[in-house]
Design a protein around this ligand. Structure first.
Ligand code: GDP
Ligand code: FO1
Length: 297
């Protein structure tokens, strides 16, 4: 199975899926449109959350960073007057250095990601959506800003008039993504932000076309007309899309099996189950029920 993922909702589901599927049965293609360089290193927050989840070292409270990590370097940089936009943990920074050293030597992001995942003992295939640079840019009354500046720097507060993916026109899905698409029949769109996590993956040249002859399963990231976390509703409103399951479905396009939370008032063709994952136990329960629904469909 190929899973399309962002950095929070889908990793919560992967926490359960990894216990139920053999590593060779699970490949993950991850959004990279929230990536950025910080203090000389390339940070790919969604890839890192997926890799840390599969390596069992994710900080489960935040769903980013490494559990038990410290921020000695970040704190000392701040004390020296260097503003670091994200609070980067020390071990997390080591991962960024590992990746950035490879990138500086001309290694592609997809190959660097594979080395990184292997070095942390991850057996599943984790692949960035592209080796090219794509950045989510948010237009606000305060100006145009990178997604991380909007979400972390400005705490998601500014009004949003529009969003765009800078670099998307020239970007291609990476070869490993295309190879997996060729091989896998079932594609699972995880419960991730449909605008900023799934949107960029589906917007890459040729991806939507390649999904036409696949069994596409999607789990909504909304529960009772609200995202569990994050700015999905604000961004959907800015795009003129209703911030609910119907809006999510309309953004995803071809979906053969749409899974919504049992409390949803969505009227279209769907399957209902509890999709809330607050603990590893809930993640396993949701993953198990999801796999049952997929095998029945
Ligand atoms: P990001 O890269 O951090 O934005 O992460 P994602 O796009 O992967 O995840 C954000 C989305 O996950 C939000 O829209 C949330 O509503 C959704 N989400 C988070 N936790 C859950 C959960 O337990 N269940 C469901 N169904 N969605 C969730
Ligand atoms: N999110 C925050 O809200 N504050 C942070 O300081 C922060 C640091 C950070 C460092 C590494 C990393 O991989 C992710 C980090 N995040 C932080 C999360 C991340 O920036 C966003 O939540 C996601 O990109 C949203 O999709």
């Amino acid at each position: 199975m190929l899973v399309l993922s962002g950095g929070t909702g889908t990793p919560k589901l992967l926490l359960g899926l990894k216990e139920l599927l053999k590593p060779e049965e699970l490949s993950i293609v991850v959004n990279t449109a929230e990536d950025l360089w910080i203090s000389g290193n390339y940070i790919s927050p969604d890839i890192d959350s997926v890799v840390y989840t599969l390596a069992d070292i994710i900080d489960l409270k935040k769903m980013w960073g490494i559990k038990g990590d410290k921020t000695l370097t970040h704190d000392f940089l701040i004390a020296m007057g260097i503003e670091e936009k994200l609070q980067v943990g020390d071990k997390d920074r080591a991962v960024h250095i590992f990746r950035s050293e490879l990138l500086r030597r001309g290694v592609k992001l997809s190959h660097a990601t594979q080395s990184l995942a292997e070095s942390l003992g991850v057996k599943q295939r984790v692949v960035p959506m592209t080796d090219d640079i794509v950045s989510t840019v948010v237009s606000t009354p305060e100006g145009v800003m990178h997604f991380q500046e909007f979400w972390v720097g400005r705490k998601g507060l500014p009004e949003v008039s529009s969003l765009f993916f800078a670099g998307m026109d020239a970007a291609l899905p990476c070869q490993a993504f295309l190879d997996i698409l060729e091989k896998e029949d079932t594609i699972l769109i995880g419960p991730s932000n449909p605008v900023t996590s799934i949107g960029p993956i589906l917007a890459l040249q040729g991806v939507r076309e390649r999904l036409q002859d696949k069994k596409v399963v999607a789990m909504s990231p909304f529960i009772v007309n609200k995202p569990v976390s994050g700015p999905a509703a604000k961004f959907m409103r800015a795009m003129g899309i209703p911030p609910n399951d119907e809006g999510v479905h309309s953004m995803l396009g071809k979906v053969d099996l749409f899974i919504v939370d049992k409390k949803s008032n969505y009227n279209g063709d769907c399957r209902r189950m509890s999709t809330l994952m607050r603990t590893k136990r809930e993640s396993c329960k949701v993953a198990k029920e999801l796999l049952e629904l997929i095998s029945l469909a």
